[in-house]
Ligand binder design. Structure first.
Ligand SMILES: *Cc1c(COP(=O)(O)O)cnc(C)c1O
Length: 496
């Protein structure tokens, strides 16, 4: 299996190269040259396997320059029970035709761990395979969860250095606490004066700055990315769509071969895109529901074909979805245009120069046949948390609640009662203050993040993730704040 750039077909590389480099030379994203197929018999056979072996089955299809043994070592290390508990991705049945796929049992209590615990293993092996001798510098722009998950994945990994930028006022107390207490001899964390899109733009500019990368190259560094633009981030996410499907069959919710829907709380479009790849591989997915918060640029795009980032940016109670430029959409465009890289490059250029583009009507038709878009405001999000807790005694975080509520809108509009899996992307404890608020709890002003954990625990009896409690004892190690246009300088000062 080889990989090409979404913006040009000249750059044909192995998976190890795609993972080592992160972003293609022309600014595009690496995509597989063809989509491997899984037969229903292969899918059924996953049923009797643990998550790790299901992962080997899927990864083998894409990472063909890795041996089965290597992949097994990588996944066994990444999804070890001491990190994820007995099942890394349990499917919980909440009502008759809805299950919740809990993707937050990893070390940082958010779904980013599913990919970022595996990526360092894939990346360090990829580096060796490509003969890269430079130290790989991982640059991360985060809206909260990626930063911590990447830090946790890469801390003290030989041959790597990791630098994380987060919007200083755009993450939750707990997310910030998780990042600024991160230990490790190869880690650095900066707050920036700006929002997530500023952080992401800054990182992209650093990647695109050839003078800088040449200068750093002579010092023995090359850049890579742990953002979901890296293929090594995306491919582990395909696994849990298959895993949820076979678990739904096991639970008697569907028969093997039946259609299923997934609803995904979406920001950068990485998670839901992995579901789209699963569908292209042969998983019987009927619809992928793309759920957004008030930053509803994707809902508008799916409904109208116009992607327009020129709009107000809202800080919401589901901050990991506060994104106006969803990078991975580029990979979807590549597929729906039948690999027309010139057209994709043109759309991306318009987005950059004018802030908007409109896909042609054939592209839009194809997108609408696969995806449904809905958005959910703050009140609806809280209302859903409270109602689902009182109806089913199931406690969900704000991001998951956006997805749940979007599903209700879809069902109301379409009367489609197909069994649907809601992807749950964070532990309710990661956003404890909003969740408490949603449960109608009036919190004493100024009560700290840890008091809220205990309060939520007292109210619901749901266990607090032990690692989150332990943060209270850890010293703050990173306090630097930089302006959004000084990110490059921060990187240079740190490395040169
Ligand atoms: C990152 C994140 C999302 C959005 O996922 P994308 O792959 O960026 O679409 C949703 N919820 C949570 C909790 C996240 O951390």
């Amino acid at each position: 299996m080889l990989y090409v750039s979404t913006r040009g077909k000249t750059d044909i590389v192995s998976s190890a190269h795609a993972i080592t480099r992160g972003l293609a030379g022309d600014g595009g994203l690496f995509v597989p040259q063809s989509i491997p197929a899984m037969r229903m018999t292969d899918i059924k056979a996953m049923s009797g396997k643990p998550y790790t072996e299901r992962a080997v089955d899927v990864l083998l299809q894409y990472l063909t320059d890795f041996s089965e043994d290597e992949l097994r070592q990588c996944v066994n290390a990444a999804y070890a029970p001491e990190k994820f508990g007995a099942d890394p991705a349990p499917l919980v049945q909440v009502n008759e035709n809805t299950g919740v796929l809990e993707l937050w049992h990893g070390p940082t209590s958010a779904f980013k761990d599913m990919a970022l615990q595996l990526l360092p293993h894939l990346l360090t092996r990829s580096i060796r395979k490509t003969g890269e001798t430079n130290k790989v510098v991982i640059l991360v722009a985060t809206s909260g969860d990626t930063g911590k998950a990447a830090l946790e994945g890469f801390a003290n990994v030989e041959g790597t250095q990791i630098i994380v930028f987060y919007p200083q006022d755009g993450v939750s107390d707990m997310q910030k606490r998780q990042m600024i207490t991160q230990a490790g001899k190869n880690v650095k964390v900066f707050g920036i004066e700006g929002n997530f899109d500023d952080a992401q733009r800054g990182v992209k500019e650093i990647f695109g700055n050839t003078a800088l990368s040449t200068a750093l190259g002579t010092k023995g560094y090359s850049f890579s990315s742990a953002n979901s633009i890296n293929w090594g981030r995306l491919v582990p996410q395909i696994v849990y769509y298959f895993s949820a499907y076979v678990d739904a069959v096991k639970a008697g919710k569907i028969e093997a071969g039946d259609g299923i829907n997934f609803v995904v709380p979406t920001g950068n479009f990485g998670n839901i895109l992995a579901g789209y790849y699963a569908k292209l591989m042969g998983l019987p997915i009927e619809r992928l529901l793309c759920a957004s918060n008030s930053n509803n640029v994707l809902t508008d795009f799916i409904n109208t074909g116009t992607y327009d980032k020129r709009r107000e940016f809202y800080k919401t109670i589901s901050p990991s979805m506060d994104i106006l430029v969803s990078s991975n959409l580029e990979r979807l465009l590549y597929n729906v245009t039948d690999c027309d890289s010139a057209r994709v490059a043109e759309y991306m250029k318009q987005l950059n120069t004018e802030g908007a583009y409109k896909v042609d009507s054939d592209d839009l038709k194809r997108i609408q046949s696969e995806f449904f878009g809905a958005w959910v405001d703050e009140l609806e999000t809280k209302e859903a948390i409270g109602r689902i807790y009182s109806d089913y005694h199931y406690l969900m975080d704000t991001h998951t609640a956006v997805a749940w509520r979007a599903l209700e809108k879809y069902r109301f509009l379409t009367s489609d009662e197909t069994y649907t899996v809601v992807l749950s992307t964070a532990s309710p404890y990661k956003f404890a203050d909003s969740v408490l608020d949603a449960l109608g709890d009036s919190q004493p002003a100024g009560s700290d993040a840890f008091a809220k954990l205990h309060e939520l625990n007292a109210k619901t009896g749901v266990e607090i993730p032990p690692r989150m409690l332990a943060l209270q004892e850890l010293p703050v190690l990173h306090q630097e704040i930089v302006a959004a246009d000084k990110m490059e300088l921060a990187v240079m000062t740190n490395l040169l």
